[in-house]
Design a protein. Structure first.
Length: 155
């Protein structure tokens, strides 16, 4: 009978830990924006090695902002640098606040975290290193209130 509570504790701990493990995650990295001020010329880059062209990937953009952010959305340029030196540019919009002015996302207090699905089911034509570079496109030299930009890729 003494082993039953220990076994129950172990099972409970495993039930809590296992869902936290994301087995589909291929890549995840976050870059801190110094002092929460993203200057127009500052770029945030992520280097990702793609070894398999037969798999499909989903791309997520992670953004942490604080209540000093003066807009309801953020526009960014995303440059994709391919292994063969080609570059493709996308313009990305992420909604950070609702129409009523309330911040979207998770978090309590003055910092909110949002995760946006950017593309789903992407397959790569080339193996090798890709670089994904974000640049703020809000037509202001110093964008206040953005704390972190992250990229997550799942299989």
């Amino acid at each position: 009978m003494r082993g039953i509570p220990a076994a129950l504790l172990l099972i409970t701990a495993m039930m809590l830990i296992l869902p936290a493990c994301n087995t589909n995650r291929f890549f995840r990295e976050t870059h801190r924006i110094p002092d929460g001020k993203w200057d127009v010329g500052d770029k945030v880059s992520f280097r990702v090695n793609i070894p398999d062209t037969t798999k499909r990937y989903s791309f997520y953009i992670d953004i942490r902002n604080d209540v000093n952010y003066p807009f309801a959305n953020i526009y960014m340029f995303l440059d994709t640098h391919f292994p063969d030196s080609r570059i493709a540019r996308d313009t990305v919009e992420c909604q950070l606040a609702g129409y009523d002015g309330r911040w979207l996302g998770k978090g309590s207090g003055s910092v909110k975290y949002n995760r946006f699905l950017f593309q789903k089911g992407v397959s790569f034509k080339q193996k090798g290193e890709y670089t994904f570079t974000f640049e703020q496109a809000m037509r202001t030299n110093e964008l206040k209130g953005i704390r972190d930009i992250g990229l997550e890729i799942e299989l």
